[in-house]
Design a protein around this ligand. Structure first.
Ligand SMILES: Nc1ncnc2c1ncn2[C@@H]1O[C@H](COP(=O)(O)OP(=O)(O)O)[C@@H](O)[C@H]1O
Ligand SMILES: [Mg+2]
Length: 215
């Protein structure tokens, strides 16, 4: 995206942001609550119309939305299949191979799963579209560390095996900078820092604000 600006009426939520994710890249987007991260990805996915700027997506994109948005009365398997609504191939076997924890839950209504299980279904549903770019809005929110580690491992695996590109919004900056080679820091709708994760980890102001280290 180039110079993207998104407004809610008079309030500017994203203010002239430029951002790239290359093929097969893992890129993190970090920043405090209200920084405009969800607004940015919702515009990227075509859910919000930008006030100005350009967005170009080459390939297929799938979103894991903040708050998961599963269909609670439908089973896990049906929720997964809905992820492939644009495709002929709705076989869910590859998702159960990737997320074996879901096998025993496949016939359970999604509304009767734990938060972590729901997040796995939301991730599986997005992967059902076999996207080139997966956008995940708040991967670890409310999840136990063990589940988060599992999800991160799945992403690494898909990235290494199929070249899946990921734009990861993550509250846990430590995890985000570990998983992704590159990151953007968004504050009040603007990119205030960007670059290789290694470099951001060593940036005193980023470390102080997001890694809980003294500046
Ligand atoms: N639907 C909306 N209508 C009006 N303002 C909104 C709406 N959604 C978000 N905002 C505002 O836009 C700003 C960015 O929000 P958001 O993109 O959700 O941030 P983040 O995902 O980084 O927490 C905040 O000030 C928020 O209050
Ligand atoms: Mg958000």
């Amino acid at each position: 995206m180039r110079d993207l600006t998104v407004r809610y009426d008079a309030a500017t939520a994203v203010d002239g942001v430029s951002l790239d994710v290359g093929p097969g890249e893992l890129v993190a987007l970090i920043g405090p609550n209200g920084a405009g991260k969800s607004t940015l990805v919702n515009a990227l996915c075509g859910l919000l119309r930008p006030a100005s700027g350009t967005i170009a997506v080459r390939g297929d994109l799938a979103l894991v939305p903040e708050g998961r948005h599963l269909f609670p009365s439908l089973t896990v398997d049906d929720n997964l299949r809905l992820g492939a609504w644009r495709r002929k191939d709705r076989d869910t076997a590859h998702i159960y191979a990737l997320l074996p924890e879901l096998v025993v839950l496949r016939d359970r209504p999604a509304g009767r799963l734990s938060g972590g299980e729901q997040q796995m279904v939301a991730l599986g549903r997005a992967l059902m579209a076999r996207p080139d770019l997966l956008v995940i809005d708040e991967m670890s929110l409310g999840l136990a560390p063990k589940i988060v580690d599992g999800l991160a491992a799945h992403l690494r695996e898909r990235n290494a095996a199929d070249g899946l590109a990921v734009l990861l919004i993550e509250q846990n900056a430590r995890l985000a900078l570990q998983l992704c080679a590159r990151a953007y820091v968004l504050e009040a709708g603007r990119v205030v820092a960007a670059g290789p994760s290694e470099q951001l980890r060593n940036d005193a102001s980023v470390a102080a604000a997001y890694l809980g280290l003294e500046a």
